[in-house]
Design a protein. Sequence first.
Length: 117
Amino acid sequence: QGQLVESGGGLVQPGGSLRLSCATSGIIDKIGKMGWYRQAPGKERGLVAVITEDGSTTYVDSVKGRFTISRDNDKNTVYLQMNNLKPDDSAVYYCTAERYYVAITYWGKGTLVTVAS
């Protein structure tokens, strides 16, 4: 059974930066897309960024130019570098990993990011 563990969340001032990491374990297949979602209080969970196994990336418009998703395929780890953070970026951030050959997506339990002065 695959497991994902996020780390790197915390409290940061507006304009600051954080780097989230998501380590996977127990996924024996090749991993396809990996991504980050977020959910703020009272709002639906939404996509932040996704990266394919060959490195193609997609971002939600609100984070373009500020966030960068990357992955280390040797370590089966995905990262989210977040710069110029804004209060609206405050949310629980979840990582995902899809098995390449089977339509199964694993989710982490989330890491809290709070942007406040």
